[in-house]
Design a binder for this molecule. Structure first.
Ligand code: BES
Ligand code: MN
Ligand code: ZN
Length: 473
């Protein structure tokens, strides 16, 4: 999809009306499509995002390839709480996200896939055009994360994911390094290696660096401390020996969604040339029940030195993230945020509208809540109180990978967070955990195609930019 700022021939003008009806209107010899924006006088930010997506959704349903929007009209129906700059960006991001569909495995229909090809936006000032271009880049990167996540497990192995990360930063100043089994053995990353043992696919530890802060022309000494993202890259989660029952294995090729979002958040930071230092770490493994698989009761020695008592091989995400979080320490980070499709429990708790947020730092929690609201990647907090520490008391090892307090199903989201907190304790900087299992796939009414929604690429960018502006860390 291309956004132009001049009128296009053969485009269908889109107009907005109160109510919910969409209809074609004959006017001055041309046809325009009138779309209902609901009954609110002006749309608050959340509703504006949905309405902008709806425009594309309706256009696609009507097989329109080229549409025209009047900026003045868009501005008129959106609340003045949303600034022009913001609205310009939201517009481009939302249109792009709504236009995406995963068609890599579909035969192209004779008349092409029903994407909108051109949106001509009329009456957009030069300043606004800049905001729109920025929004387009963000939207494209979110969609790239969705494309990666949606790829079937057989076609998105750890090695293929590492190659995709390389491709994502091609042409930017960001760099990539990939550790294989040998390098991880040398470092002692027993947690990642242990989970990978049941698969014939070699695990990969993907390291992406973008040094964009102006205070660091070269080298790392005296630099602005980087923001480090750690993404769960389980390319397929069968559950391992604790194999997933029935239809619970469906969609487990999406278990690298956290990793995909981290890869594309770093790529996005580099493409936008933001003035921040951003590191992306993605432990990538396939969780399989092969002959050499990790067994319940097995002990893994993590990079931190702590032993992990595997009590359930299906709680694999937190185990590989433990090594990722410990690896982050070498960057002396300003902040570490891990992103993972970690628990089914977060879906039970929040439904499909928000990701779970846990942190050991109140300011970071507040920042992420607020930035989630602005970016559209909504997050909601859970507590990580010391009182929950019983959950992570090992019987024969240091840390068990499922809760050992009471019913192991109670407080499943928090149990995941408490496990990770044990490793984040060593960081000496604020840390947060985003459990995005609840935002892994699109939900009804959000005008996004089936499959991955690319959460939380927009939020990670917002956080990196937030830290770029800060001078106190
Ligand atoms: N990848 C799953 C979590 C998941 C489930 C994501 C459904 C998206 C949709 C994770 O590795 C897992 O299996 N978690 C277990 C944890 C349990 C064994 C403590 C779960 O949620 O059941
Ligand atoms: Mn699992
Ligand atoms: Zn998993």
């Amino acid at each position: 999809m291309k956004i132009t700022f001049t009128p296009e021939k053969n485009s269908t003008a889109i107009t907005f009306t109160e109510g919910t009806q969409n209809r074609f209107v004959e006017k001055d010899g041309g046809t325009s499509l009138s779309i209902g924006y609901g009954k609110d006088k002006t749309l608050a930010r959340r509703k504006a995002i949905l309405f902008l997506r709806k425009i594309i959704s309706v256009a696609k349903q009507n097989k329109l390839k080229s549409i025209a929007l009047d900026w003045e009209e868009v501005r008129r129906i959106v609340s003045s709480d949303v600034t022009d700059t913001d609205l310009g960006q939201i517009l481009a991001v939302s249109l792009s996200m709504a236009n995406f569909d995963f068609v890599a495995y579909k035969t192209k229909p004779k008349d092409g896939f029903p994407f909108v090809e051109v949106v001509s936006l009329l009456n957009a000032s030069k300043d606004l055009q800049k905001d729109i271009r920025r929004g387009e880049i963000i939207g494209a990167e979110v969609n790239a994360a969705r494309e990666l996540s949606n790829m079937p497990g057989g076609d998105m192995t750890p090695k293929i994911l590492a190659a995709a990360a390389k491709k994502a930063i091609a042409g930017t100043t960001a760099t990539l390094k990939v550790l294989g089994t040998k390098e991880m053995q040398k470092l002692g990353m027993g947690a990642v290696l242990g989970i990978a043992k049941g698969s014939t696919e070699e695990p990969q530890f993907i390291v992406m660096e973008y040094w964009g802060s102006p205070s660091t022309p070269k080298g790392r000494s005296g630099q602005q401390k980087p923001v480090v993202f750690v993404g769960k890259g389980v390319t397929f989660d069968s559950g391992g020996l604790n194999i997933k029952p029935g239809d619970h294995m469906y969609e487990m090729h999406l278990d690298m969604s956290g990793g995909a979002s981290v890869i594309h958040a770093v790529a996005l930071a580099a493409k936008l040339k933001i003035k921040a230092n951003v590191i992306g770490l993605v432990p990538a493994v396939e969780n399989m029940p092969g002959n050499n698989a990790v067994r319940p009761g097995d002990m893994l020695t993590s990079l931190s030195g702590k032993t992990i008592e595997i009590l359930n091989t299906d709680a694999e995400g937190r185990v590989i993230l433990a090594d990722g979080i410990t690896y982050a320490k070498r960057y002396d980070p300003a902040v570490v945020v891990d992103v993972a499709t970690l628990t089914g429990a977060v879906l039970t708790a929040l439904g499909t509208q928000a990701s779970g947020l846990m942190s050991n730092d109140q300011q970071l929690e507040d920042d992420l809540r607020a930035l989630g609201e602005v970016s559209g990647d909504y997050v909601w907090p859970f507590p990580l109180w010391d009182e929950y520490e019983d959950m992570v008391k090992g019987t024969f090892g240091d840390v068990p990978n499922i809760s050992t307090s009471g019913n192991s199903r109670d407080g499943g989201v928090i149990a995941g967070g408490m496990f990770l907190r044990e490793f984040a304790k060593e960081l000496g900087c604020p840390w947060a955990h985003l459990d995005i299992a609840s935002r892994m796939t699109a939900t009804s009414g959000e005008f996004l195609s089936k499959g991955s929604v690319g959460a939380p690429v927009r939020l990670l960018l917002a956080l990196a930019e937030h830290y770029a502006k800060r001078t106190d860390r």
